[in-house]
Write a protein that binds this ligand. Structure first.
Ligand SMILES: [Zn+2]
Ligand SMILES: [Zn+2]
Length: 118
């Protein structure tokens, strides 16, 4: 599968192990968001993480499923547009952080759906 904006390589584990089991459907939806709905920069700060990397950064197992990504999204109106686009694209879970610059999105099954602030 090829994408307009993203490459699968952008979602590889950043620990240096080179592993990348990112889910292509997640990337497809993010690509659609960026192409159709959010025509601004969307940098991947974390995509797939191996289990060791996830532990090292205090993750809770979402990224090792390949169904989660962290993105740098502009705040204000653009953040609103991004969230609306996530809903339109069928991305069920969004987490915003008070003290971290990225927005977490995931499609991990059997987790509560909605927008969360941590
Ligand atoms: Zn790794
Ligand atoms: Zn995340």
């Amino acid at each position: 599968m090829s994408f307009i904006h993203f490459t699968i390589g952008e979602f590889a584990c950043k620990c240096g192990c080179g592993a990348n089991r990112i889910d292509e459907e997640l990337v497809r939806r993010l690509d659609w968001i960026r192409a159709a709905y959010y025509p601004w920069t969307l940098n991947v700060s974390s995509g797939y993480r191996c289990a060791a990397r996830d532990r090292a950064v205090g993750g809770n197992g979402n990224h090792p499923t390949g169904l989660a990504a962290d993105l740098i999204v502009s705040k204000g109106a653009r953040l609103r547009d991004f969230i609306l686009a996530c809903h339109a694209a069928g991305i069920p879970r969004i987490v915003l952080y008070h003290n971290l610059p990225h927005v977490h999105v995931d499609m991990v099954p059997n987790r509560p759906e909605g927008i969360y602030i941590r």
